[in-house]
Design a protein around this ligand. Structure first.
Ligand SMILES: Nc1ncnc2c1ncn2[C@@H]1O[C@H](COP(=O)(O)OP(=O)(O)OP(=O)(O)O)[C@@H](O)[C@H]1O
Ligand SMILES: [Mg+2]
Length: 479
C-alpha cells in the first residue's frame, strides 16, 4: 500500500488549524462574557448605590403619589438631573408603583405607562436590575437612537418608612447609560485576547507543524528504505531460485553421468571379452575345437550382458507387486535350493533356522525371491574361503500388525562404515563383475511391500541383513 505523500502533514495542518481556531474563539467568547458580567455587576452595585443615596437625601415617598405637583417635579428635576451630567448617562426616568413615568429628562414620556416591561416589574418587586440592551429592543421609540445601552433599574425603598424589614418600594429610577467608552475598552480587550490567542495558536501550530513534518519526512525516508530493502530481497530471492535451478540441472547431469559411467563399466568388460574371443577364433579358422570354445565364451558373455541389462532395467522400471498368499519359509527354501550347488562348492556351512507358524504374507513371490537372492548372493560373495551362512525366519510385530523378520548373516569380510553407508546405492559395487544393483533392487522390492531392510556390519566380523515384512494376511501358516 502506498500512503499519499504528506498525508500525515496535511491531516495535522487541517486538524490543528481547526482546533486552534476553536480554542481561540472559545477563549474570546469566555473573556467577553466575563467582562460584560463585570460591567453589569459594577452598575448594579456602585451606580445603583450612588443613585439611591442621592434620592433618599432629596426625595420623599410622598413625591411619587403626588408627582403632578410642581414641588414634586421640582425635586425630581433637582435630584435626577444630576446623573445626566455624567457623560455616559443618556436618559433618566422615574416610575411610580403603577409603572407610570412620573419624571424624565424627556418630558414627552411623563405620564406614559409601561406595565409590560419585565425589568421594571422586577425592580418594582425590590430587585436592582442591570442589563445590556440593544437599541431595537428598547421599550419606546425615543430610546431607539442609542445603539447599545446599559439599563439600570434602581428600586427606591425609603428607609424609615413602614415597618422595619418590610419597607415597600415607593418608585423606581431607571437610568440609560451609553457604555461605549467601557465597551470600547472591552472590545479593545477582546481584540487583544483574540490576537494573543491567535498568535499563541499560530506559534504553537508552526512548532508542531515543523515537528510533524520532520516525523513525516523520516517516515517517508524509512518507507523508501524499506522498499529498497524489499526490492533487494526480491532480487536475492530471484538469484537464489536461479542458482537452485542450476544446481538441480547439474544434479540431473551428475546422475546421468553416473548412470552412463556404470553402463559403460558394465558393458566394457563383456564387450572386450567378446571382441578378444572373436579375434582369436578368426585367427584359427581351421581349429574347430578352439573356434567352438571361443564361440561358447562369446555366447556366455552375451548372456552375461543380457542379465546385466535386465538387472539395470529392473532397477529403474516402475513395478507393482502381484500379490498372492506367500509362505515366507517357502521363499527362503526356494532361494536356498537355487544356490545349493554354489553353497556346497564354496565350502560354506548353511544354517537354516525357520520358525514354525509364521503369518502368511500378501506378497509378490517372484519379487521376494529376487530380493532375498540379492542378499544371500552377497553373503556368499563375502565368504570366498568358506564360512557360515545363517538364514533365520521369525515372527515379528510391526506397527502395521504381525509380520515376518528374515535375517541373513554371514561370517565374511564385513564392511567399514563408509562402504556400509552406500550398500543400497544403485551402481555402488566393490566387485570386478558386479553391477551394484543387487541391493538397490532388494530395497525397492521390500519398500514396495511396506517392509524395511537394515544392515549391520563391521570389518572381519561378518554382516547381518534384516528384512521385516508386514503380513497383512489372515491365515497363519502351519509348519
Ligand atoms: N554381505 C556382505 N558383506 C560384505 N560386503 C557386502 C555384503 N553385501 C553387500 N556388500 C557390499 O555392497 C556392495 C553392493 O552390493 P550390491 O549387491 O548392491 O552390488 P554387487 O553385489 O556389488 O553387484 P551385484 O549384485 O550385481 O553382484 C558390494 O559390492 C559389496 O561391496
Ligand atoms: Mg550383489
Amino acid at each position: 500500500m502506498r500512503l499519499k505523500r504528506w498525508s500525515l502533514g496535511r491531516t495535522f495542518a487541517l486538524l490543528s488549524l481547526l482546533i486552534i481556531g476553536l480554542i481561540t474563539a472559545a477563549q474570546a467568547v469566555l473573556q467577553w462574557t466575563l467582562l460584560r458580567a463585570d460591567l453589569l455587576e459594577w452598575e448594579r452595585t456602585v451606580s445603583a448605590d450612588t443613585i439611591r443615596r442621592e434620592a433618599y437625601a432629596g426625595l420623599r415617598p410622598a413625591d411619587f403619589a403626588g408627582w403632578r405637583t410642581p414641588e414634586a417635579q421640582e425635586r425630581f428635576e433637582r435630584i435626577l438631573r444630576r446623573p445626566l451630567l455624567q457623560l455616559e448617562v443618556l436618559r433618566v426616568k422615574v416610575y411610580d408603583t403603577d409603572a407610570r413615568v412620573v419624571w424624565s429628562d424627556e418630558p414627552r414620556l411623563i405620564g406614559s405607562r409601561f406595565p409590560d416591561n419585565e425589568h421594571l416589574a422586577e425592580a418594582l418587586g425590590g430587585v436592582t436590575v442591570a442589563h445590556l440592551e440593544r437599541a431595537r429592543q428598547a421599550e419606546n421609540l425615543y430610546e431607539r437612537q442609542f445603539k447599545e445601552t446599559v439599563e439600570l433599574y434602581v428600586p427606591l425603598t425609603f428607609p424609615g418608612t413602614g415597618t422595619p424589614g418590610t419597607a415597600t418600594v415607593a418608585g423606581v429610577v431607571e437610568v440609560y447609560k451609553n457604555p461605549s467608552r467601557v465597551l470600547a475598552g472591552l472590545s479593545r480587550d477582546r481584540w487583544t485576547i483574540v490576537a494573543t490567542s491567535l498568535g499563541g495558536g499560530v506559534v504553537l501550530y508552526a512548532v508542531l507543524f515543523g515537528i510533524v513534518r520532520r516525523a513525516s519526512r523520516q517516515l517517508l525516508a524509512q518507507r523508501a528504505d524499506l522498499e529498497r530493502q524489499t526490492a533487494a530481497l526480491r532480487a536475492t530471492n530471484r538469484e537464489l531460485r536461479e542458482v537452485q535451478e542450476q544446481l538441480r540441472a547439474s544434479a540431473r547431469m551428475a546422475a546421468i553421468g553416473e548412470v552412463s559411467a556404470a553402463v559403460a563399466h558394465g558393458i566394457r568388460n563383456p564387450l572386450a571379452n567378446i571382441r578378444a574371443a572373436a579375434q582369436v577364433a578368426g585367427e584359427a579358422p581351421g581349429d574347430r575345437d578352439s573356434v567352438e570354445r571361443y564361440l561358447a565364451a562369446i555366447t556366455s558373455e552375451v548372456d552375461r550382458l543380457g542379465r546385466w541389462l535386465r538387472g539395470l532395467l529392473d532397477s529403474v522400471r516402475p513395478f507393482e507387486p502381484q500379490l498372492a498368499s506367500v509362505s515366507p519359509n517357502e521363499i527362503v527354501g526356494d532361494v536356498v535350493t537355487l544356490l545349493r550347488e554354489r553353497i556346497a562348492r564354496s565350502g560354506v556351512e548353511l544354517n537354516l533356522a525357520l520358525a514354525p507358524a509364521l503369518p502368511v504374507l500378501e506378497a509378490d513371490e517372484v519379487q521376494l525371491q529376487q530380493a532375498l537372492l540379492g542378499v544371500v548372493e552377497n553373503a556368499l560373495d563375502a565368504m570366498p574361503e568358506g564360512g557360515t551362512l545363517t538364514v533365520r525366519t521369525e515372527r515379528s510385530e510391526t506397527a502395521a500388525g504381525p509380520g515376518v523378520r528374515v535375517t541373513i548373516q554371514d561370517t565374511g569380510e564385513g564392511m567399514p562404515p563408509d562402504r556400509l553407508a552406500r550398500v543400497f546405492d544403485a551402481f555402488f559395487t566393490t566387485k570386478a563383475r558386479g553391477t551394484g544393483l543387487g541391493l538397490a533392487i532388494t530395497r525397492r522390492i521390500v519398500v514396495a511391500h511396506h517392509g524395511t531392510v537394515d544392515v549391520s556390519s563391521a570389518p572381519a566380523h561378518g554382516t547381518i541383513f534384516t528384512i521385516v515384512l508386514p503380513a497383512r494376511g489372515v491365515a497363519t501358516e502351519v509348519a
